[in-house]
Design a protein around this ligand. Structure first.
Ligand SMILES: Nc1ncnc2c1ncn2[C@@H]1O[C@H](COP(=O)(O)OP(=O)(O)OP(=O)(O)O)[C@@H](O)[C@H]1O
Ligand SMILES: Nc1ccn([C@@H]2O[C@H](COP(=O)(O)O)[C@@H](O)[C@H]2O)c(=O)n1
Length: 168
């Protein structure tokens, strides 16, 4: 937690509109018919509890971007498999469920939502068991690949851009 302590010495954040911020490439270059403004994509990763969520949301709010919690998608798939009685050790069965996973991710940084099959699972996916089991799939698994495709669709579907917490 060493680097958190430095935050106390920082000045309070200055509220700026996105177009006034000196480090925002999308808004510092005006769009033209020849060169349309490109959405910004920011990926934030780091150890558990290091502040990824807090920073990602704050950046998304400040810059008017969407926010995507990629870890919540793995957790939601795990939750759904458990609901459906699917053996999480059966990679093929999980991949089949993943193909039709009725997942809805709300990407507003002020009102992030995670729903599966119409059920709000935002709280249910935060258990220790879900955390442990959702971390068990290797990145090469079909399910993980499918989820990354969905993450990329959500990220590139955000009109102004997106801050994605976690690797995609
Ligand atoms: N700059 C900061 N200074 C002090 N505490 C912070 C700071 N940023 C976040 N925190 C606190 O640290 C805890 C973890 O933050 P956060 O959930 O954003 O981390 P995370 O990396 O997303 O965690 P996880 O990987 O477990 O989801 C929270 O209680 C949060 O309030
Ligand atoms: N099978 C998985 C599960 C998660 N991830 C990534 O790990 C991060 C952890 O997410 P939390 O919700 O537990 O904080 C996040 O970046 C996920 O994208 C993974 O790569 N594979």
């Amino acid at each position: 937690m060493g680097w958190f302590s430095g935050a106390r010495q920082q000045r309070p954040p200055t509220r700026r509109r996105p177009q006034e911020h000196p480090h925002v490439p999308t808004t510092s270059t005006p769009s033209t018919p020849d060169r349309p403004r490109r959405p910004v994509v920011v990926a934030v990763d780091g150890p558990s509890g290091s502040g990824k969520s807090s920073v990602s949301r704050a950046v998304a709010r400040r810059l008017g971007l969407a926010f995507l919690d990629t870890g919540a998608m793995y957790r939601a798939l795990t939750w759904w498999c458990l609901q459906q009685g699917v053996d999480l050790d059966d990679a093929e069965a999980v991949a089949a469920v993943c193909r039709t996973l009725p997942l809805e991710m709300g990407t507003d940084p002020d009102a992030t939502t995670v729903a599966v099959g119409g059920t709000d699972v935002a709280a249910a996916i935060r258990t220790t068991e879900i955390a442990r089991r959702s971390a068990a799939w290797p990145p090469t698994s079909t399910s993980a690949r499918r989820l990354r495709e969905r993450q990329r669709d959500l990220i590139h579907g955000a009109p102004n851009g997106c801050v994605a917490e976690g690797a995609t």
